[in-house]
Design a binder for this molecule. Sequence first.
Ligand SMILES: Cc1cc2nc3c(=O)[nH]c(=O)nc-3n(C[C@H](O)[C@H](O)[C@H](O)COP(=O)(O)OP(=O)(O)OC[C@H]3O[C@@H](n4cnc5c(N)ncnc54)[C@H](O)[C@@H]3O)c2cc1C
Length: 349
Amino acid sequence: MAIVGAGVTGCSCALTLADAGLRVRVHEAREVAGGASGRNGGFALRGAATPYDVARAELGERAASLWRLTEGALERLAGLAGDAFRRTGSLRLAADREEAESLRAEYEALRDDGFEVDWRPELNGRLAGRFHGAIFHPPDGSIQPARWVRRLAVQAAEAGAEIREHDPVTALEELDADQVVLATDGYTHGLLEMLDRAVKPARGQVVVTEPLGEEYFACPHYSRHRYDYWQQTPDLRLVLGGFRDTAPEEESTAEEATTPGIQARLESFARELVGRAPKITHRWSGIFGVTEDRLPLAGLMPGYDGLWVACGYSGHGNVLGLACGDLVASAILARPAPELHLFDPERRL
Ligand SMILES: Cc1cc2nc3c(=O)[nH]c(=O)nc-3n(C[C@H](O)[C@H](O)[C@H](O)COP(=O)(O)OP(=O)(O)OC[C@H]3O[C@@H](n4cnc5c(N)ncnc54)[C@H](O)[C@@H]3O)c2cc1C
């Protein structure tokens, strides 16, 4: 068994396979969590990139299965991550009246289908007067991304998986394995042309401030149709990302670089959020993979024997990646879960 990519997906897949006694080798071009899994905003959210009410319109009853799957994955993450996970809930904020209406529709759909969810019409503290209501999602949480995924990799290695860092795969033919899993998300490029066409790279940029000395934001916050997101770390730094929609062409790239335009917007937003200009101590960017319907591709590659894929979370892969890595591993172990059909690559390839 060979897995390409040691982010959350590859490590999750490796853990399930190694736990079942299979010989697994993970090839990682850089280090464990060197891709998006170690560069993201640390939001551990249920669901997918699409709001629940929209997913329900598109997928029917399968939307509820998808959300339940990710709630289960969040539970699993909480058990595996130790103190790299905090169950804080998350706050999805409306930046204007129009977004408040969309959020209200999403809230009602979740509530009607029996999901735990709160509506917050009034916001206080640094949010007062700026946002127009919010959904609070109690099951969600916050992760320290690289720490969590390294911990997952250690568990996979302890179960018997071999993880080879600094080992880029340049062609599938070089892998001496009867089953191969591509877990490369936004870094998918050059191994399979049909996958390159279906999963497009998108860049996200992040800034981190000095510790702020005070807790303004007790959980992950996100607004403007999820484009902007921020939270505070346990040492009270502000981690803030977003604004990729302000330069959509420039940010549709696989180049890991920060740009003056987006960085300036992030700095200015950090100033607005905390009411002064905090010192920026870290900046970075990362790449995630986007599919046309914003659902991942997970399962057997059509037309290929023993070639599997799990990628394309469209910016929402911290929990879905854990779930999809495990779903693909379970299918390889001949115990496929019904939820795998939600992500069938055939629909896009
Ligand atoms: C800035 C940013 C913020 C984000 N914020 C959030 C968030 O708050 N919440 C959320 O749920 N999601 C978020 N995401 C998305 C999330 O990080 C990803 O969906 C998730 O980490 C994908 O995990 P993965 O293991 O599938 O891929 P990755 O973690 O990207 O891992 C893929 C790995 O494959 C390796 N690789 C690629 N090609 C090869 C090759 N040929 N040979 C060997 N190795 C190879 C890469 O080096 C990489 O390490 C964010 C993404 C970014 C970039």
